[in-house]
Ligand binder design. Structure first.
Ligand SMILES: Cc1cc2nc3c(=O)[nH]c(=O)nc-3n(C[C@H](O)[C@H](O)[C@H](O)COP(=O)(O)O)c2cc1C
Length: 188
């Protein structure tokens, strides 16, 4: 069993991220290989990085960092659910990444992105550069949803069409392969 964390990056009041997170959580649950937990950055509520030491030293002073470290340590894989803000990723996910270092190493990350015409692809491409700096492996298969509000119904539920559904299946299959492949690297 692999430990999969789905991270919701957007935190603003009225955000749409949780609709996409709820959907991808249900998709991931179809895979018995994963034990899944949702990490909502709005609930976790990290301040801007406030640790005096470089995260590589793991000399954390703040309880919120120790708690965040524990959650990320137990993970074997991630799905980041990210919007696109001003052609980039939201600051919340960069801040959450910056808090830690070793805890992210040699772990795969897949992306569910959403936006206007870009479908959040610019956000994902920019974030790939950052995740590789903490030695994460960004998986190629992704879910990118353009004009995502079309897929959110009156009850606020995200309803995927067939291409989106298929992209989720490919992404989770790809993520599982990397999850299995990278585990031995962390045990050395
Ligand atoms: C600060 C800000 C910047 C945005 N910039 C973009 C953008 O560059 N590209 C895009 O497709 N949508 C952009 N949008 C629209 C978002 O796709 C849309 O508001 C979406 O709901 C944001 O995700 P969230 O609701 O989970 O915060 C932006 C929204 C905000 C609030």
């Amino acid at each position: 069993m692999h430990n999969l964390k789905v991270i919701t990056a957007s935190t603003r009041p009225g955000r749409k991220g949780p609709a996409l997170s709820s959907w991808i959580l249900e998709e991931a649950k179809k895979h018995a290989e994963f034990k899944i937990e949702h990490l909502d950055l709005a609930e976790i509520n990290l301040p801007f990085l406030d640790e005096p030491n470089h995260p590589r030293m793991q000399k954390y002073e703040k309880d919120h960092t120790k708690n965040w470290s524990a959650r990320i340590t137990e993970a074997d894989a991630f799905i980041f659910v990210i919007p696109e803000y001003n052609f980039g990723y939201p600051a919340t996910i960069k801040n959450a990444l910056d808090f830690l270092y070793n805890e992210w190493n040699y772990k795969p990350v897949a992306f569910v992105s959403y936006g206007g015409i870009s479908g959040g692809t610019r956000s994902v491409q920019a974030l790939k550069q950052v995740v590789t700096a903490v030695k994460m492996m960004p998986v190629v298969e992704a879910v990118n949803v353009p004009f995502f509000t079309k897929h959110i119904n009156d009850q606020g539920i995200f309803v995927a069409d067939e291409p989106i559904q298929k992209s989720a299946e490919s992404m989770i299959a790809d993520l599982l392969k990397w999850t299995v492949a990278l585990k031995p690297m962390r045990n050395k």
